[in-house]
Ligand binder design. Structure first.
Ligand SMILES: [Fe+2]
Length: 469
């Protein structure tokens, strides 16, 4: 490696502790179980996250840019087997052959090896979906990357969706469609062009259409209801001009205003109506649904975008997310989003019983930050029953941290929320991880099963439950 760009792997906080990558691809079978795995729990929890193959070439390493690694927890007959594999992307393959990192952080051409300039630098590290009979590893700005659902062997990019797809498509539980978007598409980097797309239940592209946003924004997630789709354009702005001046490509710029574009799913993008709200940021949406002439969306709202600098490059102020309800009035009376807090705990990674995606939901879960608001290392799981207003908390002590909660239904036709919550917990004192299972509506009673891994799995982003049969 060029000496002037070689840095110590410990330079980034995202390479320390349980952010640090693991170096093995393993198969563990019949893992030790404390408690009892429910007899009806049969399927796979897939979890995706960054696991950089090599030390970075520059000081810009960020949690978001490490090579993707898929972790699969297969549950069957009261037993669990675990497998993890890298997403062998073109970037991973080129770097593996070279025996070192070739791409700069965020694909920065200034710190990339000349041999990879212009090559695909996707990492497939953010989310995972089971759709159309395929396991898709997803990331912010590339096509979905397909992996074998059992062996986790990499099958390569699935270029069936007309280009890039962000990490958070929604699967319509009634039609099986995958509804998705991409932002900053087109030839010019950091453009304000957004793509809206739909694939049918078999994974065939049936629609993809571009439109212009008020400005280029990092749009991590969006909302889809039975009848509508909503695009948040919030002022974590992208600017090529700023980046060319040596400033941050993405930065907090509240003066740009905050907008959410709303359109009917069956309409043309020219019909998008832009609602406004105060400057804020949202990485993740719990759910959204139609309610007569209103749309309701529950989101994890920050006062300002975390993890990113101000437009002048200065460090941003701390910020954390709280569950917040947005209401959109479709009657024409107002273009202002009504916003009301639903809970006071700082949190992230909100999830529902996915069978209610786009429909009114009674139950929601998220990972909370009780002791360190804004720190992604969550120390509690939270369940909210929106019908009763009851909040239940399962806390972790001693520095232990918990992943996003993922719901597994008791059966295909079980009532909403009737099932289990699955998650992965990092045990700080042992520097090891557990796969945990809770009764979904009784998490404060503690886990019904704790499955011990012989080593840790690094902090990751999102997971998906795929039931057997
Ligand atoms: Fe996400």
């Amino acid at each position: 490696m060029d000496a002037k760009v070689a840095i110590d792997v410990e330079d980034s906080p995202y390479l320390r502790g349980n952010f640090a990558p693991i170096r093995s691809e393993d198969d563990f079978v019949d893992l030790p179980v404390r408690g009892e795995l429910p007899a009806g729990l049969a399927g796979v929890l897939y979890r995706n996250g960054p696991n950089p193959q090599f030390a970075p070439r520059d000081g810009g390493y960020h949690w978001f840019v490490g090579d993707g690694m898929m972790h699969a927890f297969h549950v069957e007959d009261g037993r669990v087997r675990y497998r993890n594999r890298y997403a062998r992307t073109p970037k991973w393959t080129a770097e593996h052959a070279a025996g070192r990192a070739l791409f700069g952080s965020w694909g920065d051409p200034r710190s990339s090896d000349p041999s990879v300039i212009g090559l695909d630098g996707g990492v497939a590290n953010t989310n995972v979906l089971w759709h159309g009979g395929r396991l898709l590893a997803l990331e912010e700005a590339h096509a979905p990357f397909e992996m074998d659902p059992d062996s986790l062997e990499s099958r390569g990019y699935r270029d069936a969706f007309g280009g890039r797809v962000t990490a958070h498509p929604k699967i319509d539980p009634e039609t099986g469609e995958m509804v998705f978007f991409a932002y900053a598409v087109g030839e010019v980097p950091l453009s304000s062009t957004i793509s809206y797309g739909v694939a049918d239940a078999a994974g065939r592209l049936v629609r993809r259409q571009d439109f212009e946003a008020p400005y280029c924004s990092m749009i991590h997630d969006f909302m889809v209801t039975r009848d509508h789709v909503l695009f948040p354009v919030l002022p974590l702005t992208g600017s090529l001009e700023r980046a060319m001046r040596g400033g941050p490509p993405f930065a907090w710029e509240p003066g740009k205003g905050a907008f959410v574009g709303v359109m009917r799913r069956d309409a043309d993008v020219s019909t998008i109506r832009w609602f406004e709200t105060e400057a804020c940021y949202v990485f993740h949406v719990l759910n959204a649904w139609d309610d007569g002439d209103r749309i309701v969306a529950d989101v994890m709202q920050y006062d300002r975008a975390p993890l990113f600098p101000n437009a002048d490059g200065g460090a941003g102020a701390p910020s954390w997310a709280r569950l917040t309800r947005w209401t959109f009035d479709l009657s024409g009376a107002s273009d202002v989003i009504r916003s009301e807090p639903l809970d006071d705990l700082a949190g992230e990674f909100p999830r529902i019983d996915e069978r209610r995606a786009g429909l009114a939901n009674r139950h929601g879960w998220f990972a909370a930050q009780r002791r360190r608001p804004g720190d992604v290392r969550a120390d509690a799981l939270v369940h909210i029953d929106f019908a009763t207003g009851r909040r239940s908390v399962a806390g972790f002590d001693g520095g232990d941290c918990v992943s996003e909660p993922v719901f597994a239904p008791r059966s295909a036709d079980a009532a909403e929320g009737d099932g289990w919550i699955t998650a992965v917990v990092w045990r700080a004192a042992e520097n090891r991880s557990d796969f945990v299972v809770y009764e979904a509506q009784d998490i404060s009673a503690g886990p019904v099963a704790v499955v011990e891994l012989p080593r840790r799995t690094p902090f990751g982003f999102h997971g998906a439950w795929r039931p057997s049969a």
